[in-house]
Design a protein around this ligand. Structure first.
Ligand SMILES: [Fe+2]
Length: 222
């Protein structure tokens, strides 16, 4: 079964942009529910996948497994989102800073594109900074969709656009949330690691590997 990963910081560490109350609900209720539903669906099917990435990719194009895809992809997106934030924020450095300059002109222009894409996205979803090898792009995805089902891209960072991510702290001001989030919480260290991975230097982020008890798989129960 898949675990709900611990948050890499205290629940009050991202305040005031994301309050402890929001984080406790978001991680402890929303993400937890996705993981529990995912595990129940896998258990029902007798499936013991090797990775969450595999579950997301295998179920993505299959309408009969839409519930599995939605819960698996939301578990993955949230796991990456927690690590994509840091109380220390920071700024892009080195090769990534150069790619920001090449792709957008300046960090402020990347921020403007990220905030605009996230603000104008209709309904629930996610706004991503992706790398296609050395080239950066900002993309929004709907509902549970994310980069695992896109070709040849590695996510550098992501912000959650579902209302549960910001409504307690910012009400309907998604734009204000995104601006503050980009300025203070974006984990540029993870973005740099992911940017290197997009160019075959090191491994990209993965969700913690699942652990299944012996005999869990349907074939093993026969
Ligand atoms: Fe969320």
């Amino acid at each position: 079964m898949f675990d709900l990963p611990e948050l890499p910081y205290r629940s009050d560490a991202l305040a005031p942009v994301i309050s402890a109350e929001t984080l406790r609900f978001h991680h402890g209720k929303h993400h937890k529910a996705y993981v529990e539903t995912l595990n129940a669906l896998l258990d029902d099917a007798g499936d013991t996948p090797e990775s969450l990435e595999q579950v997301v990719r295998d179920s993505a194009a299959d309408p009969a497994r839409a519930k599995l895809f939605n819960n698996a992809a939301q578990a993955w997106n949230h796991g990456f989102f927690w690590d994509a934030m840091s109380p220390d924020g920071g700024a892009p450095a080195g090769a990534l800073a150069g790619a920001v300059e090449t792709g957008f002109g300046a960090l402020a222009d990347l921020k403007a594109a990220f905030v605009k894409t996230g603000t104008e996205h209709f309904g629930s979803g996610w706004v991503w900074l992706l790398a296609e090898r050395g080239r950066l792009k900002v993309v929004a995805t709907h509902d549970a969709e994310g980069p695992l089902t896109l070709e040849n891209v590695v996510p550098l960072t992501v912000c959650d656009l579902w209302e549960h991510a910001y409504y307690l702290d910012h009400q309907n001001d998604r734009k204000g949330f995104l601006e503050a989030w980009f300025d203070t919480l974006l984990n540029w260290d993870l973005a740099a690691t992911q940017f290197a991975a997009a160019q075959d230097q090191g491994q990209a982020w993965t969700y913690p590997t699942p652990v299944f008890a012996p005999g869990t798989a349907r074939t093993a129960r026969r």
